[in-house]
Design a protein around this ligand. Sequence first.
Ligand code: AMP
Ligand code: ZN
Length: 661
Amino acid sequence: MTTVDRIHQLREQLHKYNYAYYVEDKHLISDFEFDQLLKELQGLEAQHPELYDSNSPSMRVGGSVTKNFQTVTHNERMYSLDNTYSAEELGDWLKRIEKINGAPITSFTCELKFDGASINMTYVNGELQKAVTRGDGSQGDDVTANVKTIQNVPLKLSGDYPQVFDIRGEIILPLAGFEALNEKRVAAGEEPYRNPRNTASGSLKLQDSSETARRPLECFFYALSGDLTYTSHWESLSKARSWGFTVPKSMEQLSSLDELLEYIDRWGKQRAKLPFEIDGVVIKVNSIEEQETLGFTAKSPRWAISYKYKAEQVSTRLNSVSYQVGRTGAITPVANLEPVQLSGTIVKRASLHNADQIEKLNLRLGDYVYVEKGGEIIPKIMGFDPMRRGDLADTIHYITHCPDCTAPLHRIEGEAQHYCTNETFCPTQIIGKMQHFVGRKAMDIEGIGGETIALLYHQGLVKNIADLYRLQKEQLLPLERMAEKSVDNLLAGVLASKRQPFHKVLFGLGIRHVGETVAKRLTQHFGSIDRLMKSNAEDLLAVDDIGEKIVESLHAYFMHPDNIQMIEDLRAYGLSLEAEKIVHASSVFEGKTIVVSGVFEHKSRNELKKIIEENGGKVGSSISSKTSFVLAGDSMGPSKKEKANKLEIPLISESAFYEML
Ligand code: AMP
Ligand code: ZN
């Protein structure tokens, strides 16, 4: 078999195995064998770039980087759904549409309302061409590269698919995957994600598609559109299933209001046991003809409606309130509850967010409170039962001092959160800051997790970030769970982190409100920590994305002598506190502005411009009195030549240019 044939064969096989595994839940080969075949394909594809296929199974591992997602207009608008919350409302909807229809409606499909990110995909000749987010309904972002990494999204179809069509679905992150992701984040000292839905949509907007590939996303498909001939929604989705799309088996075809209510009731009970989140059920008129008669309102189709489940609520006793300190010193009050069963899990704690929230809820200790599980994993307190009220003596007094270090708390005007003022010595803050520093998005120090940091701190080995760079092997070996190999790993990780670029160091410092993007903006703009420290409010506000809050926070940070000392220590240990400069190959063009014009023999215009910049020159866009010389290739425009002559600006040929170098 020729290599070309082998590539085709591997692609076909891998598509087939993938489909069997992710859509039909059949294991045709072992994971190991699958990986072997995939590796073989990747190897062969690397040797044969001319056989590139944008829908090869190798695309699922990702690897492309998208800086800006392109805005794309949807072929057909992505509507919202109207909501109902009760059997009466649903009955009213049915009456309303039967009236418009002029005849009883006797066929519906019922589907689960998956809680994720909606997506529209265009397939042309059986291949995925484009995947676009819902956006504002008429325009969304092109996230094709990321969507291709989702294992159950078919890249190639089989069967009698139409040449061109759109299909819609919901991309979800199953609960198990969500929890595993959060465990890893917490271990790396990062904030956990709030809920699977936001995490799913966030995953679609990651710049690095191999990052998306690592998230166990899935797509459930629920609507087909285009120039199609199917007479019912059911038929079109059954077809889609046969071409390779995951159309969930929970979809049913039903014929009366009673049956709809039974479906709603049944899934309402099963909901807590599902491996992913749903927030209701979607009911659609089955006949396409009736759908066309019913049409759309400005916001939603008249032929579909969602039935939203009420969030499950239970009442339980509020035993006490405790206060957590975050790495930036932010205080979060947490309600400790009498353990109670709610939507399939036992709830013991609920977030109270901040002092305002407690005041608004007007809670007392001993109150029976209503707890609800909304979109967030941590349940919320919705109110209390006035019939079972705690004593006035049990009014909750918000703490005034840090529960950890006893320093006084401070609340900035206009902000809801209280903060511990002891930024340099509050143990929780210090540990939190160090955990943030070693985290993946900051210094990404391998060999140190959140627990190790806590251990090192409690052993008195590190008091701040800089201390990490002072650690010695002999200090670490006696610690529990620190075998020689893990110590070596840890030290190697610390050493390697010295090579991290300035923006990661700046982000890693954990300055309040200075997230990844802000850190990048600041490094780009100021170039070094010294210039950043010297900047005043006006300089800072001139930078994109920088507002008053950040300015205040930066100044407060740099005012603190301990912080300055720590930065000096980091400098002494060789961390980068300057943005990388462009390496100047030479400085022959220092102070010169050069215009590049025409066509060149040996190098492209862009390559030449790069050479100019690498050698200290500036590239001018048009000829002016400031131009030092024109690098002139063939067929340079006559008007440009004239202008250069008039201003007495020399024309330099390509070969003369190389000689200058
Ligand atoms: P809403 O955002 O509440 O207006 O509901 C509309 C959204 O529900 C759509 O944009 C889809 O993302 C989502 N959805 C989830 N499951 C389904 C389904 N089975 N059929 C239609 N839409 C669904
Ligand atoms: Zn404190």
